[in-house]
Write a protein that binds this ligand. Structure first.
Ligand code: HAM
Length: 441
């Protein structure tokens, strides 16, 4: 017997988990709207070159983790893109695609900044481990067209508000500035000189990165590197005047908003498009790479890199799978029981049970019908097992336009006109919902 499984690194979100995911989606939509970030949906795949250009060819995300796909048909003579192996790639993140859309749709002509948010799955061919999946969800938020630093603070505070609303306690923002084209090259040269001096003590991966992407050596979690990195020159000490002023301004704004910030000189982020602001959200006690609940920063060169006019931008993405784990623990999904189940004395009369339930649903009542041709006793047992508050019992009284409305919790029952059922149950449904609690923001 063949037994299929979800692909390695992916998982099924079963109803209790999916319900919490949707709750987070609702929270993201509500907060996005409140802060003026408008929804945008971009494709799940793009030309691979969009990611190669935006994220950088010497990053793990592009070098090792891109899910490359061919066009329709695959082989020669197929569809568009055939014979052009791996021309496309599943999106590993949303920023590149959002900026591509900003340029493509001429959003430079709109009032700036353009504030955009999206919620959806991303794909990275990563080595699966705790908190790391090959398909994962992000809430991605961008403000394009404002040099900051006030908008950087707005964005950082928004991410924090979401995480708190989702149930994460004690979230800290780890903050750094990684300079810009004016000051970073000189800093990188200083860093490389320092690392060359200790090269014989560097692990193999760090030595390889020293050659291709020296800044990335800084955010290694290898304990062997810790003492070397502690003494490494810091970008924050090598910022040009403009970057230093920006960084100081951002700190002032964050202090004014009472955002808890921690200096994180080693945060450089894994994507090449960042300039100046770089930040990650952490919950205390879990500081490993996998435990960042999200991260982001400024990308003042990205719009130009993707063919637009020079335009600054800043944003973040939250790792929703990691937030989901917290939210599930803090506030598990309420089990959704129907208010009423329509049952009947005649096992075969499924049509009338379904008809009554359909009319109740049309009137806004969470109603179910027992559609199995089984005895009334079994149907009532089923209704109780589902946690329904009421059973609507269809019997001989239907000839007179009436049914029995049985309160399964109180154990009482009375005759009700079918025409009045929805109204009777609506009142009960309101109190039912009230007792369940609602997601907090
Ligand atoms: P990132 O740091 O690559 O940034 O990803 C953001 C968050 O997505 C991470 O902090 C983590 O929580 C989550 N994440 C990343 N990879 C995985 C994975 N394999 N499994 C589960 N969760 C994962 C970005 O993606 C940037 N686009 C953020 C940004 C927006 N910067 C500016 N605007």
């Amino acid at each position: 017997m063949v037994r299929f499984q979800a692909p390695r690194g992916t998982r099924d979100l079963l109803p209790a988990q999916a319900a919490v995911l949707y709750r987070l989606f609702d929270l993201a939509r509500e907060l996005g709207g409140r802060y003026g970030y408008r929804p945008i949906e971009i494709p799940l795949f793009e030309e691979a070159a969009v990611f190669e250009r935006a994220i950088g060819s010497a990053t793990d995300v592009v070098e090792k983790e891109l899910f490359r796909i061919t066009g329709a048909g695959g082989g020669a003579g197929g569809g568009e893109g055939s014979g052009d192996a791996a021309r496309w790639a599943l999106r590993p993140e949303a920023t590149a695609g959002v900026v591509r859309a900003y340029v493509q749709h001429g959003m430079q002509t709109l009032p700036q900044p353009v504030r955009l948010a999206s919620f959806g799955p991303m794909f990275r061919y990563d080595r699966p481990q705790a908190g790391r999946y090959r398909q994962f969800w992000q809430w991605n938020v961008e403000a394009i067209g404002d040099p900051g630093p006030a908008v950087d603070a707005e964005i950082i505070e928004l991410g924090l508000r979401f995480l708190r609303g989702a149930g994460a306690a004690g979230v800290e923002v780890h903050l750094n500035s990684i300079g810009d084209a004016a000051c970073r090259p000189a800093y990188v040269a200083t860093l490389v000189a320092y690392l060359r001096g200790v090269e014989d003590r560097l692990p193999a991966l760090a030595r390889a990165r020293l050659a291709t992407n020296p800044l990335r050596v800084l955010d290694s979690k290898d304990p062997q590197l810790a003492p070397i990195l502690a003494d490494a020159p810091r970008m924050a000490d090598h910022l040009c005047a403009a970057c230093a002023e920006h960084f100081a301004g951002l700190r002032e704004h964050l202090a004014r908003l009472a955002v808890p910030v921690r200096d994180a000189p080693h945060i450089v982020r894994g994507l090449d498009y960042y300039t100046r602001t770089a930040f990650e959200y952490f919950v205390p006690g879990a500081q490993g790479q996998q435990s960042a609940l999200g991260g982001g920063g400024r990308y003042d060169g990205l719009v130009e890199l993707l063919g637009g006019r020079p335009t600054p931008g800043v944003g973040f993405a939250l790792g929703i799978d990691r937030v989901l784990a917290i939210a599930e623990e803090v506030a598990p999904a309420a089990t959704s029981a129907p208010v009423a189940v329509v049952v009947g004395a005649d096992p075969a009369a499924t049509a009338v049970r379904l008809e009554i339930a359909t009319n109740l649903r049309a009137a806004g009542v969470a109603a179910a019908a027992d559609l199995a041709p089984r005895k009334l006793g079994r149907q009532l047992e089923g209704a109780a097992r589902e946690g329904a508050h009421f059973a609507v019992v269809v019997g001989d009284e239907l000839a007179g336009g009436q049914v029995q409305l049985r309160d399964l919790q109180a154990g009482t029952q009375r005759l009700v006109n079918v025409a009045d059922l929805a109204r009777e149950l609506e009142r009960a449904q309101a109190s039912h919902r009230h007792g369940e609690g609602s997601p907090g923001a």
